[in-house]
Design a protein around this ligand. Structure first.
Ligand SMILES: Nc1nc2c(c(=O)[nH]1)N[C@H]1C(S)=C(S)[C@@H](COP(=O)(O)OP(=O)(O)OC[C@H]3O[C@@H](n4cnc5c(=O)[nH]c(N)nc54)[C@H](O)[C@@H]3O)O[C@H]1N2
Ligand SMILES: Nc1nc2c(c(=O)[nH]1)N[C@H]1C(S)=C(S)[C@@H](COP(=O)(O)OP(=O)(O)OC[C@H]3O[C@@H](n4cnc5c(=O)[nH]c(N)nc54)[C@H](O)[C@@H]3O)O[C@H]1N2
Ligand SMILES: [Mo]
Length: 767
């Protein structure tokens, strides 16, 4: 399975353990986090406390004494920092001057404290009042065509804020409601919806105790959802095998030391996480899964000939699915050479995975960005469903697809109407509840919004969180276009690049973090979110607000709504002062999911949304679960013939970042320190390119449109990954992704398979 070359300083220990405890402590010290931060951490993910701002992994009904992980603790420390960006900070730095700062330094400057308006005469953000800010934003919005305005949400905002925000956009007149999901698990939302009738995973934490095999495709649990390691560890202790597909041997997927288990901390007792580890080529998952399915179908064919017990679940397939015959014929037909070439895995490895699969009675398939951020991202998700359907692994205890979501409420935002697709929002219901005619035409997803900014159709961008100029593709085209916008409004906690690349009129509106105490008219308020397993949780802040001039997101959305919309049937002001009223409104719009919302808000472990697929009810076009014949096993079938030295770049997160927020330049687990300007390469590729480890190179995108996309100053690092694909960091590599290079159907930028070539510095000099 791929080469065994190991970088000398790569992390050789299990994830978690003392390294993790040390990293938490140093994050607290580094942030000069007040003593209270360590007290704050005790309430993280606890009933009655706050839900972590890190990832969206499930929160158990009976939490561990410290229900947080290294990443979550860093995220908390980052928000509860003692550093402040007061108006004086902006008085002493022009925006042009701040543009020269490193992204890390911008955020590290501290929490934003007061509403600010950009002043063209001095090129500075100057303090303003909330009243003035809402008034001008309202006037600007009223003067614009609603379809030229984009309302972006990064997946952190609560269910309450998100519901208000989509209502504001629709009452204003647009479905332009892209969110971070458009760059993330939208391939899942599209693929699962088509295949099984719900766009989300079907498992809950309870299924972990009943499963007897788990697959892990393209997700880096050790850094991106580490609390899940507890659940994986418990399953491993019951003897449940875990089969992982990932181009890189991620330490968190190899083994784990539980920092909360004294016996594991004091003895060398790491739990082995993956029992099989397959270093699939980036973009090779459809092929790998096709190989496993082929082995299963052929074993079943043999069983029929020999009169043995059937391998596939015949009764389930007959009663619940459609498209099986065509899919079975397809996998019987494809050759192993094609599967091996497209996955970079030998047949024996896939047979080994298939053998384990055929033995297991209840199987969960976890997956992340390694699957969704590809041209064939939706197909990859459908292939997971194909695999599960073969043995009836959906809608029974211990089994099902498990997309591991990113931002802490990204799934919930979609649930309460943040979507550009009118078919996914209950427009009739909204019309009836609020007496207005919602727009019925499709709005812009994130890549459409970016295209709109470039071609001038978009005139204003509101960002409820996020850092779009860094997180989207094609930065070199995006930034100059962004500066031509009429209006940019950023609701944020910390300063980032998107606040500096601004429109003619620009506002920076600082909000409370979910970790902070939110009191309205003397009454403490709580918010809510949905985790990756479809459970809804209440969350109450415990830390003192960073400044007395902050407003909660709910009040900011209400302020903009009141200044923009004609008097409406919504009492925005009442909502912004009592979030229980917003929950009542949500319950009225979505009674199946949110009935008795306020009464159920603090259900231990959250209350679960009904998911028809869990009950084997399929809300698909055919009324059954649907097998799909894949279009192609190649990661990018439309890409014209490539030159043999071209490579496929996949972009990664380090253990010291949260998306565009970079905490530190190190990546402890992968043994990289002091810089993120690296490219991870197989030694054979290094030799083939005629370069050497340690050398500085440039990367150039192989662009379909002939536009030049290049990034410079990347150091070559020899690394254990399959030939033909290379790794680099997000967002440093984003200028290389053409905006058009996205998943078919879901439009998720194909950030895990960017066609690139290496440009040597010498060659650069010659140009
Ligand atoms: N600490 C921390 N936590 C986070 C985040 C963060 O930035 N920092 N971000 C949050 C967000 S928004 C999200 S979406 C999630 C993201 O969490 P993940 O889904 O884990 O996303 P990535 O870190 O982008 O990388 C995914 C993994 O896929 C592998 N991979 C790359 N290409 C392929 C491929 O073609 N096939 C397969 N099988 N594997 C591949 C990579 O080696 C990597 O291990 O994490 C969330 N949690
Ligand atoms: N190349 C490449 N590109 C990618 C990815 C990749 O793997 N590779 N991943 C994609 C994915 S999965 C995602 S989710 C996107 C993320 O893209 P975005 O949503 O654009 O970015 P974030 O970095 O999550 O947003 C960070 C900012 O949010 C603000 N913020 C933090 N907390 C709060 C809060 O409580 N309220 C408000 N209002 N603001 C807050 C802070 O100001 C912070 O600077 O990036 C995508 N881009
Ligand atoms: Mo994400």
């Amino acid at each position: 399975m791929s080469t065994a070359h190991k970088k000398s300083d790569a992390y050789q220990q299990a994830s978690g353990g003392w390294g993790s405890v040390k990293a938490v402590a140093s994050a607290l010290v580094h942030e000069r986090a007040p003593v209270t931060t360590s007290r704050v951490l005790v309430h993280q993910n606890k009933p009655g406390g706050f839900m972590c701002v890190g990832c969206s992994w499930a929160k158990p009904a009976h939490p561990h004494p410290f229900e947080f992980c290294e990443s979550g603790a860093k995220a908390t420390a980052w928000d509860t920092t003692s550093r402040r960006v007061e108006p004086e900070f902006f008085a002493s730095h022009t925006v042009s001057e701040l543009e020269a700062w490193h992204d890390h330094d911008l955020e590290e400057a501290g929490r934003l404290c007061a509403p600010m308006r950009w002043d063209a005469a001095t090129d500075r953000y100057v303090e303003t009042t909330w009243e003035h800010a809402f008034g001008e934003i309202g006037r600007e919005l009223r003067a614009l065509d609603p379809d030229s305005v984009v309302f972006y949400t990064s997946g952190r905002a609560s269910l309450e804020t998100s519901y208000m925000y989509q209502l504001l956009a629709r009452m204003y007149g647009t479905n332009n409601l892209p969110d971070s999901s458009n760059m993330c698990h939208e391939s899942t939302s599209v693929g699962l919806k088509e295949a099984i009738g719900v766009g989300v995973g079907t498992i809950t934490l309870d299924d972990f105790t009943r499963t007897d095999l788990m697959f892990f495709f393209g997700q880096n649990v050790g850094t991106n959802s580490p609390r899940m390691l507890h659940d994986l560890q418990a399953a491993r202790e019951r003897g449940v095998p875990i089969i992982t597909f990932n181009p890189i041997r991620e330490p968190g997927l190899v083994s784990f030391v539980n920092p909360q288990s004294p016996s594991q901390m004091l003895t060398p007792g790491a739990t082995q996480i993956s029992t099989q580890y397959h270093q699939v080529k980036a973009g090779g998952d459809s092929a790998a899964i096709a190989g496993i399915c082929k082995a299963v179908i052929e074993a079943d064919d043999r069983a029929q000939v020999e009169g043995g017990a059937r391998i596939i679940d015949v009764a389930f397939i007959e009663e619940h699915t459609t498209g099986f015959d065509a899919f079975a014929a397809y996998v019987r037909n494809i050759g192993w050479e094609e599967i091996e070439r497209a996955s970079s895995l030998p047949r024996e490895a896939l047979m080994m995975a298939a053998d384990e699969y055929m033995r297991a009675k209840a199987v969960i398939a976890h997956f992340g960005m390694g699957l969704t951020q590809h041209r064939m991202g939706v197909q990859n998700v459908r292939m997971i469903v194909n695999l599960l359907l073969l043995r009836g692994n959906i809608g029974k205890p211990g089994a099902g697809p498990s997309p591991i979501r990113g931002h802490s409420n990204v799934q919930g935002q979609r649930t309460v109407g943040i979507t550009e697709k009118p078919s996914l929002a209950p427009l009739d219901k909204l019309a009836e509840q609020y007496h207005f005619e919602p727009p019925r035409h499709e709005g812009m997803a994130t890549v459409d919004a970016c295209k709109g900014v470039i071609d001038g159709r978009v005139r204003a961008v509101m960002q409820l969180g996020g850092n779009l100029v860094r997180s989207v593709p094609d930065r070199y085209a995006i930034e100059p276009a962004w500066r031509k916008l009429r209006l940019t409004v950023n609701v944020a906690t910390k300063l980032n690049r998107s606040h500096l690349v601004h429109g003619e009129v620009s506002y920076l509106l600082p909000c409370l973090s979910r970790i902070e105490i939110d009191t309205r008219l003397g009454k403490p308020q709580a918010v809510s979110m949905e985790d990756s397993t479809g459970c809804m949780h209440g969350s109450r802040g415990v830390a003192l607000p960073a400044s007395d001039r902050l407003l909660p997101e709910q009040a900011i959305v209400a302020g903009i709504a009141m200044a923009t919309l004609d008097p409406s049937s919504v009492d925005w002001e009442a909502w912004s002062n009592d979030y229980a009223l917003i929950r009542d409104a949500i319950a009225q719009t979505y009674p199946d999911i949110f009935h008795d919302f306020n009464a159920r808000l603090w259900t231990p472990g959250g209350f679960h949304r009904p998911l028809p697929a869990r009950e084997r009810k399929w809300q698909t076009k055919s009324g059954r679960a649907e097998f799909l014949v894949p279009e192609s096993l190649n990661e990018d079938p439309d890409m014209p013939e490539r030159c043999p030295t071209d490579l496929r770049l996949f972009t990664l997160r380090s253990d010291s970042q949260f998306n565009t927020t970079i905490y530190r330049l190190d990546d402890r687990f992968r043994g990289i320190s002091g810089t993120r300007m690296v490219v991870l390469m197989n030694p054979a590729d290094i030799a083939r390119q005629g370069i050497e480890a340690g050398m500085s190179i440039s990367l150039e995108a192989v662009s379909p449109d002939g536009m030049k996309r290049q990034v410079d100053g990347f150091r070559v690092v020899s690394f254990d990954l399959p030939e033909g694909c290379i790794g680099g960091y997000f967002p440093e590599c984003n200028p290389l992704i053409p905006l058009s290079h996205h998943a078919k159907a879901s439009k998720v930028p194909a950030a895990k398979s960017i066609p690139v070539r290496i440009v040597r510095e010498a060659a650069l000099g010659e140009v």
